[in-house]
Design a protein around this ligand. Structure first.
Ligand code: ASP
Ligand code: MG
Length: 390
């Protein structure tokens, strides 16, 4: 809703849905770069400002957008009321800037709907037990919307973004990529975790927990988007999407003793530093030593090495280092749970493209490989071709 035209565009989507006879609750986020601009303003005054005051500030972005959208809806001639998070009944935990929704008391929304009003709610915010404003963390409006849908047992929660839905790969990079009609919660969660910036992770978790059907669609094109729902309700496709995550670092510790307790000693130190580990590879011991390699988010590579330095020196490890010149390529699909050969098919595509695999990890619905960063785009093309263009 960056400018007036966009605000009216959203207002028309809302009023069209209302005209079809639906009760409509709209959750909005801040306009354009408002949240980032507010953060910048805060940093000019006091970069160490308390999180309570940050939440007080950032929640203003949504206060602006709900009132403007409500005015646009009024202008189109429809009954409407805007509500801040606390007015809409959002009670949260007290952790400022990362609050969790505890419950939504929907009486006020319900009362407005009963009067046939359109209700416009500020996303991303709530109130804690001290009656202070809290925010849910970046991208939190998605979660606000799902929370209302869950609390009110809504028929559908549509999330309007700047993409038309979820694709088999990034359509800006892979011209043959196509939009999926539907995807399961678990697949969507994998993709969200892999950095496909379509939906906020927590919103998908919550939708799964309360079985809220989601649709991701564009506010600009008005085409059907991608439905996110339970696996049982859909036809299974082997693989749904190929994703690339470039924000990865690979950490190696070479030549540690080949004896019990080593993995524990290493990963407890990494955990203590609050670093999230993803893929882990341990070599077979040879001549009394072994090597352990693992991946972490790219901005944690250095910290992981720091956390392990003392230990590496103590056991006389041959080398401890990290690199961010890597990327993780994944294929995601609930269909592979009951189908053999998905991993082999992916490896074949990479082999044919002469791309070396450094690490591999699998789950029921995902196969991931770590490769050199420079090969990443070629790898996505090759794997997408193998699964979707044959
Ligand atoms: N305005 C908030 C943010 O930028 C919430 C959201 O966009 O969902 O993070
Ligand atoms: Mg957002």
């Amino acid at each position: 809703m960056a400018d007036a035209e966009r605000v009216f565009n959203v207002a028309r989507i809302v009023t069209d849905t209302y005209k079809e006879g639906n009760d409509v609750v709209v959750v909005v986020s801040a306009q354009g770069d408002t949240t980032d601009d507010l953060i910048e303003k805060a940093n000019e005054i006091n970069p160490e400002g308390s999180k309570r005051e940050m939440d007080m500030l950032l929640s203003a972005g949504e206060q602006i957008s709900i009132s403007l959208l409500a005015m646009a809806i009024e202008k189109l001639g429809f009954p409407v009321v805007s509500l801040l998070g606390w007015q809409a009944g959002f009670q949260t935990s007290s952790v400022y800037s990362a609050a969790r929704i505890k419950r939504v008391n929907t009486e006020r929304i319900r009362a407005a709907l009963d009067k046939r009003r359109i209700v416009v709610v500020a996303g991303f915010q709530g109130i804690n037990r001290y009656e202070d404003i809290t925010t849910l963390g970046r991208g939190g409006s998605d979660t606000s919307a799902v929370a209302i849908a869950a609390s009110m047992h809504a028929d559908l929660c549509q999330i309007f973004t700047d993409v038309e839905g979820v694709y088999t790969a990034d359509p800006r990079k892979i011209p043959a990529a196509f939009k999926l009609e539907e995807i399961t919660y678990d697949e969507m969660l994998e993709l969200a975790t892999l950095g496909a910036q379509v939906l906020n992770n927590r919103s998908v978790e919550m939708a799964k927990k309360y079985n809220v059907e989601l649709e991701v669609l564009s506010s600009l094109t008005r085409k059907p988007g991608t439905k996110v729902k339970e696996a049982a309700k859909m036809e299974k496709m082997l693989v749904k999407s190929v994703a690339k995550d470039s924000h990865v670092a690979r950490v190696s510790i070479i030549g540690v003793p080949d004896e019990p307790g080593i993995a524990f000693k290493i990963f407890s130190r990494v955990a203590k530093a609050h670093i999230n580990v993803d893929i882990i590879l341990q070599s077979i011991g040879r001549d009394g030593t072994k090597d352990i390699t693992f991946t972490v988010p790219d901005d944690k590579g250095k910290e992981a090495v720091t956390a392990l330095q003392e230990y590496a020196d103590m056991v006389g490890a041959k080398n401890l280092s990290y690199t961010t010149d890597v990327a993780k390529i994944s294929v995601v699909g609930a269909g592979m749970e009951t189908h053999e050969g998905v991993a082999a098919m992916m490896f074949e595509a990479l082999a044919d493209a002469n791309i070396n695999i450094q690490m591999i990890s699998t789950s029921e619905i995902k196969v991931s490989v770590l490769i050199a960063a420079e090969d990443a785009d070629r790898a996505v093309s090759a794997v997408h071709r193998a699964f979707f263009e044959m």
